[in-house]
Design a protein around this ligand. Sequence first.
Ligand code: NAD
Length: 423
Amino acid sequence: MRLEEQPQPAGESPWETALAQLDEVAELMGLAPGVHATLRCPKRALIVSVPFRRDDGSTRVCQGYRVHHSMTRGPAKGGIRYHPSVDLDEVKALAMWMTWKCAIVNIPFGGAKGGITVDPKELSRQELERMTRRFASEILPFIGPERDIPAPDMNTNEEIMAWMMDTYSINKGYSVPGVVTGKPVSIGGSRGRSGATSRGVMYIIFAALKELGLGIEEVSVAIQGYGKVGGVAAQLLHDSGCRVVAVSDVEGGLYREKGLDPEALNRYKRDAGTVVGFPGAEPVSNEELLEIECDVLVPAAIEGVITVKNADNVKARVVCEAANGPVTFEADKILNDRGVFVVPDIVANSGGVTVSYFEWVQDIQAYFWSEKMINDRLRQIMEGAFYEVYEFAAEKRITMRQAAHWIGVGRVAEAHLTRGLFP
Ligand code: NAD
């Protein structure tokens, strides 16, 4: 397909942002037009109907997706999201970002993503299990340890991965631990996986602070999204001496200039189900949190939260994208023009897929590593990726995001050209 036949980006949706990022870097690096056109389209996309029985005996039907963006460098890899905003375009964008991310940390995976358009808070645990097992059955021909390996993302967790692994294994007639990552250690999960994305974010923040000449103990941090990634990042950063001054979840946020205590906050959240109302802190909205006085801003929730409307008001010196796609294409330009140091998602949150890769390797070898070995190897890969991107950005006088895309897209393009075009 020729490039001009494909839709051109026009707005700030995740898919438009992902395409605009690819197009920009394709021009910068002089990417071969045929490879560029190929990479603009997902390799394949599956839309499934997910009917499941409610506890009251009625049937509910949700829509599910699994997209393979690229498998050129290896099996496709990417999370499963349960969220009301999930649609095909969002999943396509997330799958494309996974392709670049895996290439940047140089692990032999392509990119995939999946999800169901649903608010899981509306479901009982039994309904969640029935929906998950039906979804896993519907995408079964698409996935497998050599084909596509799902993992947790927003509103999915170890337990959901265990149901997916079980559903796949029952269908095959034998246990296949390598079909998903981010599963419990008791069925072949990896030590260190649950905190890996957050730990990777921490290593990246420390490297960025070092380059900016800022000490870990002198910085304040604001984190949007107090979930699996943001919650653990808050704890790790606090334990390392940073002042975590603001956090939020979907219900709203909190601010305390002297710093919040994540341990006390975790206890509060376990009972209240939200961070909102935590004593001794001022309430702030999610929008206000992004504009708060702080040194490091960590968006760790959803896409498109920093746009042309609020990018001028961001006060942080560093924006570390723990979430995928939190800054839109045009907003990124504004932040960079204002001298904000933005570490893009495809570098900043790549710790999760890196330890997922370790988990897959351990499952295939049936030989498991210590947590220390995992954390040490993770640190080495994260710091390696950060400095490779940082030095390349300096050499080419481009942004961290452009440098990251250049490296990631470049590795995928090289694999395409080496394999050749079939037939
Ligand atoms: P999660 O479901 O565990 O947590 C999400 C958090 O964001 C929750 O606190 C939720 O309340 C909050 N949130 C949801 N919608 C919001 C909104 N509109 N405004 C503000 N807050 C909102 O999910 P997670 O696994 O921590 O993922 C968070 C982000 O990190 C996503 O963008 C995901 O793609 C990305 N990510 C996750 C992993 C991983 O290993 N889990 C790896 C790489 C990237």
